[in-house]
Design a protein around this ligand. Structure first.
Ligand code: MN
Length: 229
């Protein structure tokens, strides 16, 4: 197992702290071995409206995200993957001969990480996160502009990530199901830029959607906790 994988596990586990606190299914348990269970949302379907409508949540969480769990559980049943954690599957299947395993495992985890990092109102960075943003980007406004530009500039379907790499914050491009976990990098925040994430609410206006997510929905307390984990 790669040396970084404990830190990655901690990152994924802490990503679910809001869910754990709510007393529902623990992501640590849900993602520990097949069959993997889709963690519940840490907010109501309509809590992120109007940026992300209840209708988008119902399709995105209820159909797209749920579908990745269904596919993954079918693919790993009765295979050596059946006893691996979700993170082990992501790291070990990346670049493998059957891309379906990686794609469904990564999409299952990416979406859980995404939902756990959102909350109505978003908030402001604090503590070690505020210090790191000031150190690496100058101020929060410049940082947000950089994050939005990065996400808007990603061609096609994928994920715009904020990562911690070598002690610094950085943006990380990942097309399709891509995740920094598969590259030995530590994820801190993510914006889903697949069209299914915004098309019902923003149609082709990706930039407006990303701006609204970064300004109004990213849970900076969760990002701080991921950084300090
Ligand atoms: Mn998605």
């Amino acid at each position: 197992m790669p040396a970084l994988s404990r830190r990655h596990f901690v990152a994924l586990a802490s990503a679910g702290s809001a869910v754990a606190a709510s007393g529902l299914i623990l992501p640590r348990r849900a993602l520990a071995a097949a069959p993997f269970l889709q963690p519940p949302l840490p907010f109501a379907d309509n809590a992120l409206a109007p940026v992300i409508s209840a209708q988008t949540i119902q399709f995105h969480y209820g159909k797209h995200h749920a579908g990745y769990f269904t596919q993954l559980n079918q693919l790993v049943a009765n295979t050596p993957w059946a006893t691996a954690t979700l993170e082990e599957i992501i790291v070990k299947s990346a670049g493998g001969e059957d891309p379906r395993i990686f794609n469904n495992a990564a999409q299952a985890a990416n979406h859980s990480f995404y939902w756990d990092g959102l909350k109505p109102g978003g908030g402001q960075p604090s503590g070690v996160l505020a210090e790191a943003i000031e150190r690496d980007f100058g101020d929060f406004a410049k940082f947000k502009d950089g994050f939005v530009s990065h996400a808007v500039g990603l061609f096609g379907s994928g994920w715009a990530w904020l990562i911690e790499d070598g002690g610094k914050l950085a943006f990380f491009d990942a097309g399709n199901a891509g995740t920094p976990l598969a590259h030995g990098k530590r994820p801190l925040a993510v914006v889903d830029v697949w069209e299914h994430a915004y098309y019902l609410d923003y149609q082709n206006r990706r930039a407006d959607h990303v701006r609204a997510v970064v300004d109004q929905l990213i849970n900076w307390d969760v990002v701080r906790d991921r950084l300090s984990a």
